[in-house]
Design a protein around this ligand. Structure first.
Ligand SMILES: [Zn+2]
Length: 367
């Protein structure tokens, strides 16, 4: 299921929609039960029709389209360039998870999208991941200013198990769940496709967004959290480190697949209780998390055997070729070469690890 790298890839894939106006929203006719759409489709359509997409952001494992304010006849570029628009630009509250999104999109108004969002080729995506897109520490608003207005409406597309956000070429028509028709740019549609139909589409005011996805509900993003904060958010308890990594309230973005890969890279046993990890373990864990997620973003995510995950132009991702443990039970460890990968179940989810590289308390460093 899509985790941080896959959702990041979806965001980059639809970045050209920034600046376009939503002409219409429709739910294609289907025999299938609808995905959860809130508010109901007619109300949703009325509220988004005619609105311009000001920014595309990733929030944890969700794609978020930020809309410009609906004020006919007064185009309102938003978010504004840094240092301007300190009153009611609709920019996120300083504590909002939006601020920590990769798509810190100051200046991402119509026509600027290509400079803000480089093309989605693996090479540029990799460069971007270490470069200008990661300006999460920049604070476009003076402290406290963001609280004075309600902020912009946001469309949250949550892929959950098998959802995809695409510009074109969905894997099939049957499971196409929502079509945002656009105008005023080079993009015709933003599509939400979902095979299993567990995905969610929500239109939220900024206040509602904070209630659903604010700091009380969603931890810091895995690509921006500091080593100290990581330890603070996960550490201390008896909970197994693998289970803690999946807790989205503590840390946003990591799911089952990447948790196994990250722990293998860090040389930490997935069942090690958080409180048993040393300072060195935490720092290795942080570095491994960054390295694994960055590499996965560079390769545009992982397409597993079920084949449901596709990148925006309907190609598979590439990171599955670099998995070290995930779904490799019984195969030799690519790190040590001496042990075979084992599988255990933690909180009803499969965990894969190497019994040699990942010793019980995580105190042994890999080679
Ligand atoms: Zn090994």
């Amino acid at each position: 299921m899509p985790e941080l790298p896959e959702v990041e890839t979806m965001c980059r894939g639809i970045a050209a929609a920034v600046g376009c106006r939503i002409r219409d929203l429709r739910r294609p006719k289907s025999r299938l039960k609808s995905i959860l759409i809130s508010p109901r489709i007619n109300h949703f359509r009325r509220r988004v029709a005619g609105r311009r997409i000001a920014a595309v952001r990733r929030v944890g494992k969700r794609v978020v389209l930020e809309l410009e304010p609906a004020r006919a006849g007064s185009p309102h570029p938003s978010p504004l360039p840094k240092g301007e628009g300190t009153k009611c630009t609709g920019s996120p509250h300083p504590n909002s998870p939006l601020k920590k999104s990769i798509f810190e999109s100051s200046g991402a108004t119509a026509g600027l999208s290509s400079s803000v969002f480089p093309s989605v080729s693996p090479r540029t995506a990799g460069q971007a991941s270490s470069g200008t897109l990661f300006r999460r520490t920049a604070d476009p608003l003076p402290k406290g200013e963001g609280t004075k207005c309600a902020g912009n409406d946001l469309i949250v597309l949550e892929p959950r198990m098998t959802g995809l956000v695409l510009l074109a070429n969905p894997p099939d028509e049957e499971h196409l769940r929502l079509v945002f028709s656009l105008e005023g740019g080079n993009v015709e549609n933003v599509l939400f496709w979902d095979q299993r139909g567990l995905g969610v589409a929500r239109l939220l005011s900024h206040k509602e967004f904070l209630q659903h996805y604010g700091p009380n509900r969603l931890g810091p993003d895995a690509m921006s959290i500091s080593p100290d904060t990581l330890r603070e958010r996960l550490g201390g308890g008896r909970r197994a480190i693998k289970v803690a990594l999946l807790d989205q309230r503590a840390l946003a973005g990591v799911g089952n697949l990447y948790a196994s890969e990250i722990l293998h890279r860090a040389g930490i046993h997935p069942a090690a209780p958080c409180r048993r990890l040393s300072a060195a373990d935490w720092s290795r864990l942080h570095a491994a998390m960054r390295a694994v997620l960055r590499a996965a973003i560079r390769h545009q995510g992982s397409t597993l055997r079920d084949g449901t995950y596709r990148i925006a132009r309907d190609d598979p991702g590439g990171y599955q070729r670099y998995h070290r443990v995930y779904q490799r039970k019984g195969e030799p460890c690519l790190q040590c070469g001496e042990a075979r990968i084992e599988r255990i179940v933690q909180v009803q989810r499969s965990t894969f690890f190497c019994p040699v590289c990942q010793r019980a308390c995580g105190s042994r460093r890999r080679r």
